[in-house]
Design a protein around this ligand. Structure first.
Ligand SMILES: *Cc1c(COP(=O)(O)O)cnc(C)c1O
Length: 369
């Protein structure tokens, strides 16, 4: 049921096109697509299916549960879990054929003894993110210890801290440190040992031909990984609602909680049945815009939990209850991007799409091919 005509429309053909584009950028490295956080709010199961059909080689998620959900939907692609998994759940990874990430000696101590219940691992090497993983020298030791203990290490990776900054020297330092690590492994790693270093920004900016994969998230969803990139990507998500109420207000009338907006003239306003509980950030109070009848309409007063009010005084043709409202996306040539909303909220496009809550149904548009 969708009693308030509010949904996130997910354009699967745009997603496919982005995958093709990024595969080209990554080549000869292959594409591992990051579908953590329910594919950045787009729906991990549905998008993973499209990724698998499109010939993507690998998936990555943050947490074990995310991998299990995708596996249970019938996806057979290898899935790498990037983040922490507690000891008692490690056999579950094996059960669902998920690859885990190994980042410390403490974790290694925890898992030895599990023997046949042990899944495959990839090593996280810290080259500058200081979030997970050991420095390159210690990572060689960790690798050697793990292998000695019979753990199957199928690859190693690191993560850039500044790949989104064009010409960042730190990226080169990180690559070099990772190179030292790989060199240190020498003959001890086999031909099939997988290596990956680039996120979306790294996929766009760098030559990844020394590595087997790139790990692309944000760009697969058609969103720019940096303010400095302007890649030919197609936004996959749009967010649409409707008008739930229309009202004339007089000069001096205030709108919403706290009376932060007071009309300085007679106005026509419309209510939208979406609020911060849907992920429409309260920082958009008195700042955000939506599109109605092809015109940008400003948010008046505070965004409430389930509703907000916009100015429609400048719309010539009558606005009625049920009329389409675009929160993110395009209508009659006018557009609002996740980036625009991110700027208004002092954050990044990643957070805007990840924040659209489960109360907003995702509707999948298949498109051709
Ligand atoms: C989230 C994540 C990615 C994907 O980053 P994007 O900037 O969205 O491409 C890649 N690698 C790791 C380790 C991550 O946590």
């Amino acid at each position: 049921m969708n009693s308030r005509k509010t949904f996130a429309l997910i354009d699967l053909s745009a997603y496919r096109q982005n995958l093709v584009y990024l595969s080209g950028k990554a080549s000869p490295a292959k594409l591992m697509v990051v579908v953590k956080a329910d594919a950045y709010g787009h729906g991990a199961v549905e998008l993973s299916k499209v990724a698998q059909e499109s010939g993507v080689d690998r998936l990555a998620v943050a947490f074990l549960e995310e991998g299990i959900k995708i596996r249970q939907s019938g996806i057979s692609l290898p899935i790498l879990v990037l983040n922490y998994v507690e000891k008692k759940e490690i056999p579950t990874a094996k059960e669902f054929s998920l690859t885990l990430s190994l980042s410390s000696f403490a974790q290694l101590e925890n898992i030895i003894g599990l023997n046949k219940q042990l899944p495959d691992f990839q090593l996280v090497v810290d080259t500058g993110m200081r979030r997970l993983g050991l420095e390159w020298e210690e990572s060689i030791e960790l690798y050697n210890s793990a292998v000695r203990k019979g753990i199957n290490i199928t690859g190693a990776y690191t993560h850039f801290a500044t790949a989104d900054e064009k010409g960042s020297g730190f990226v080169l330092e990180q690559r070099e440190a990772f190179g030292r690590f790989l060199h240190g492994l020498g003959q001890r790693r086999n031909r099939h040992f997988e290596t990956h270093i680039s996120n979306s920004a790294g996929t766009i900016y760098f030559d990844n031909s020394d590595f087997s994969y790139v790990r692309a998230g944000i760009a697969t969803y058609g969103l720019q990984p940096s303010k400095e990139t302007d890649e030919n990507l197609k936004p996959v998500l749009s967010w649409v609602s409707c008008v739930s109420f229309v009202k004339r207000i007089r000069t001096g009338y205030s709108v919403s909680y706290g009376r932060t907006f007071v009309a300085d003239r007679d106005m026509l306003v419309a209510t939208i049945p979406v609020g911060y509980a849907d992920g429409y950030n309260r920082l958009l109070s008195n700042r955000g815009y939506v599109i109605i009848s092809g015109k940008r309409c400003k948010v008046l007063g505070r965004v409430c939990m389930d509703q907000f009010v916009v100015d429609i005084s400048h719309i010539e043709k009558p606005v009625s209850i049920g009329d389409e409202v675009v929160i993110v996306g395009t209508q009659e040539g006018e557009s609002i991007s996740a980036e625009e909303i991110a700027d208004l909220c002092g954050t990044i496009n990643y957070e805007v799409v990840c924040s659209i809550s489960s109360r907003v149904p995702r509707v999948y548009k298949k498109g051709v091919n």
